[in-house]
Design a binder for this molecule. Sequence first.
Ligand SMILES: [Ca+2]
Ligand SMILES: [Zn+2]
Ligand SMILES: [Zn+2]
Length: 318
Amino acid sequence: MARSHSCCGSVVSLCTLHIFLTTSGWVELQESPSQSPPIFVFAQDYLEKFYQLPRNRFQSERKNSTSVIMEKLREMQRFFGLNETGKPNQETLEMMQKPRCGVPDSGDFMLTPGNPKWKQTNLTYRIIKYTPQLSEANVETAIQKAFQVWSNVSPLTFTKVSQGEVDIRISFVQGDHGDNSPFDGPNGILAHAFQPGQGIGGDVHFDAEETWTENSSNYNLFLVAAHEVGHSLGLSHSTDPGALMYPNYVFHDPSTYTLPQDDINGIQTIYGKSVGISGMFFAVLSMVVEVGGYPEVCLGSVKGGRCTLQSNTQWGHH
Ligand SMILES: [Ca+2]
Ligand SMILES: [Zn+2]
Ligand SMILES: [Zn+2]
């Protein structure tokens, strides 16, 4: 895994801060003058965003919730496979600095509880708002490839629509954009997406203040989009650092990217496997019945239940 482990990360530089663990388990900070925000605010903010630590409206309330914070810290450390100390030690703070998805690692995300899924397998999407950093064609290619990662291993199909109502709306937005989950400027939270459902359900938002790329520099749009589409389809975060649904951004070469087994298992648990050979058989049968003749034999590879025919026409399953 090509995971980056830089100490002086991009969100908040913690390297020059000295941390002393107190007997109560929380921290006292010895800050160099320009360091802001302090670590405990940073750590609490992280736990509030991603581990459902209740938000305290007043600074004074924070003092009373040390045990709650420690429990949430342990939960976070458990998720990332760190030592479950309940204390914001160096490795914990470094993990919190990594750029990541805005969807929480535990509990329900904004919408309906349970395990929502799309009832139909033929889904539509629309790119509502583009980023000026990439050409529209490049954005469309990245998004299309992101959907393909999932359609390759499931019965799902995705069709791009340019007008009207669709299942999955995609947009680049910044700051507070009306869904109670504001973006935070460059780095930090890169994007988020909603579970399957009506209205905002399934929608994908990218932080428009990130630098979006089609290469290895931060942040590769295809990789982030493929992750977010996983949420749009009903998947939550994986603790497997190799999985696409791992919450932190990890670069992989997009040109050779294949979906890790953990994610394949996840999507197939919800929607079943791609229709594959047996589905092809029935598709051929129905085609014979329909046109009263024999179709061309599938010579190409069967990908995502699709067969590329000799005549170069594609057909799938229903
Ligand atoms: Ca951001
Ligand atoms: Zn995510
Ligand atoms: Zn949003």
